[in-house]
Write a protein that binds this ligand. Structure first.
Ligand SMILES: Nc1ncnc2c1ncn2[C@@H]1O[C@H](COP(=O)(O)OP(=O)(O)OP(=O)(O)O)[C@@H](O)[C@H]1O
Length: 264
């Protein structure tokens, strides 16, 4: 993505931001609250159309990118909300992510032609493998609503992985996870980078520093730093941006205490 700008109702959410995810690398996108991370992530998913800038994928410019194009482009994503289908089993949810590997079209599936049957078997097998990779195969027949949040997150990740993407977009995959689950997630993301590139939006700094090859830092819609984890950590502009954020959070916590926490 280069020179990306986005404005919501005249207010700039992103100004001239550029970011390249290199093949086989994990690229972190960080910044304090309201920095513009989700907005940039949504631009990459085709959910938000930038007012300026270019999105290029494998050397070709993607004009008017739509979320529905992602799977054909070899791009998969997980969103902040888990977004599983409540009426489908875990296995079926994951199968939805694998549909780009189906050879039969919608019509033959509808008419239950033999190709569709064969496809169904292949997709089931792929989905099962993805669940095994995420250690969630024992939940295959359960429904998402009955599962703990961390398991739902794994299923959502399995659904993204089953498409065998070249680029995986992850928006806050560690939110709501316990320390050991976060550690496992870190190992998994590192392992994934041998077969795909990853763009990771994440608040947990330990995780970001551990798994990313490169990091872009946003603050108030502007790119304030980019580089390796060590370079970014040593950048005074980054420390300053986060300090401001902590002061705001401390104020909020203080307010909650003095107000008995009723309004915060
Ligand atoms: N749909 C929208 N309409 C109006 N303003 C928006 C919209 N989405 C985001 N914004 C504004 O754009 C700015 C960037 O928001 P964004 O959610 O991208 O930041 P973020 O870095 O992801 O924040 P957080 O870490 O809190 O999730 C904020 O000022 C936010 O209020």
């Amino acid at each position: 993505m280069s020179g990306i700008s986005v404005a919501f109702g005249g207010v700039a959410a992103l100004s001239d931001v550029s970011l390249t995810v290199e093949p086989g690398q994990v690229h972190g996108l960080i910044g304090p609250n309201g920095a513009g991370k989700t907005t940039l992530f949504n631009v990459a998913c085709g959910l938000v159309r930038p007012s300026a800038g270019r999105i290029t994928w494998r050397g070709e410019e993607l004009r008017r990118l739509k979320p529905s194009q992602l799977s054909t482009l070899g791009i998969a994503r997980t969103l902040q909300g888990v977004g599983l289908f409540g009426g489908l089993s875990v296995l079926e949810n994951v199968m939805v992510g694998a549909h780009r590997h189906a050879r039969a079209g919608f019509v033959s599936a509808l008419l239950a032609l033999p190709t569709a049957d064969k496809d169904d078997k292949v997709l089931r097998e792929r989905a099962h493998q993805a669940l095994v990779e995420l250690g969630a195969e024992s939940y295959a027949d359960r429904y998402p609503g009955s599962l703990p949040y961390p398991v739902q997150k794994r299923v959502a990740l399995a659904r993204a992985l089953v498409a065998d993407p070249d680029l995986l977009l992850l928006d806050e995959p560690a939110s709501g996870l316990a320390e050991d689950e976060m550690h496992e997630l870190g190992e998994l993301i590192r392992a994934l980078s041998s077969r795909m590139s990853v763009l990771l939006v994440e608040h947990h700094m330990d995780l970001v520093m551990k798994v990313c090859d490169r990091i872009t830092v946003l603050d108030s819609g502007e790119q304030i730093a980019a580089g390796t984890p060590a370079e970014v950590q040593a950048d005074p502009k980054v420390t300053e941006a986060y300090l401001g954020d902590e002061v705001v959070e401390t104020d909020a916590a203080e307010l909650a205490r003095t107000d008995g926490g009723r309004h915060v």
